[in-house]
Design a protein around this ligand. Sequence first.
Ligand code: PLP
Length: 392
Amino acid sequence: MSLSLPHYSIPFNRPFLAGLELEYIRQAVAAGKLSGNGEFTRRCHQFFEHRYGVAKALLTASGTDALEMAALLLNLQPGDEVIMPSYTFTSTANAFVLRGAHVIFADSGPDHPNLDWQQVAPLLSARTKAIVLVHYGGQPLVGLYELLDLARKHSLWVIEDAAQAIEAQYEGQPLGTFGHLAAFSFHETKNISAGEGGMLVINDPSFMARAEILWEKGTNRAAFARGEAARYEWVDIGSSFLASELNAAYLWAQLQAIDIIQARRRQLWEYYAKALAPLAATGAFRLLPQLPAAQPNWHIFALLCRHETERDALLAYLRKHQILAVFHYLPLHLSPFYGPRHDGRALPHAERYAQTLVRLPLFHDLQPAEQNLIVRAIYAFYQTSFGLAFVE
Ligand SMILES: *Cc1c(COP(=O)(O)O)cnc(C)c1O
């Protein structure tokens, strides 16, 4: 009997080199600077500031770090409330829980895992300080402007968890530029990767000076290096949120290749959409709807199965054929950690996405033959006796 993990011939994700990653890492070593905030970090900051028109960007060791910096910047007090969707990654909530905030979970919409904006107003209280938007699969929520208006009216901070949203836009404006602060991720599974990495985007200039201090362990190191401070000293709380130049060098190569990477993802995404449309039309599963005014970034290709039993059977069938497709979040309001702290409201849509959503492999060098095999396997599944029993 073997205890080794199964080897999937088609993994869910495969890291890739866009071109100059290893050359830039070599250059960073040759330059004798591997700690953070060096030349490659500066280039990554500039890329965000120029391409997306943000006031300031700070490279972090992870998207989680960028979210934690955002939560620190808000100066939340224990008992302050932060509203966010339950259908998200733990870091979205954990960053605020670390500050002692109470997270109020809201449900997803009926057609898309994003927050249902109309559920937010009834959840507001005198203690509400912030709303966190998660752009699931790189798409903004329906009612983005309405929700921003609501936040303005109640003087609430808006934080965008844009971890999956690089290059996506709404009405021509990049996601990550709508809130006061936004967090991007360069985790291995995201469109643009540094292995681990993140970017805090500061759209409200009042946060700029303090963000730099939190980033550099509570010191004024960045201002001192620019000659703006007489002494290099400890001036506030903070942590080591900045990323190594090794990661920044890898990331810079990926950012330079962003148009090629996005075009490839689009091609793969459109192949799935076209090939699977006839099967979706039989009612076998649904595809996530696209918002008409949104520019997608091709981050996720997801199917919504009819129910959990069929979803699990599909995943098992694909696994049997050496294809690793995966489900996504378990709703945070039902998690072992936060369940007992949640106020007991049922969030049926979040629970349904947890039970029915399937993400297919989608990565830069997924081969046409591999993608064809995945599509054929999905068709074959729905022709087996199990799948057929559900086709009306
Ligand atoms: C990936 C992701 C994160 C965390 O980013 P890391 O870089 O892995 O820390 C947070 N929120 C969402 C929605 C994500 O997809």
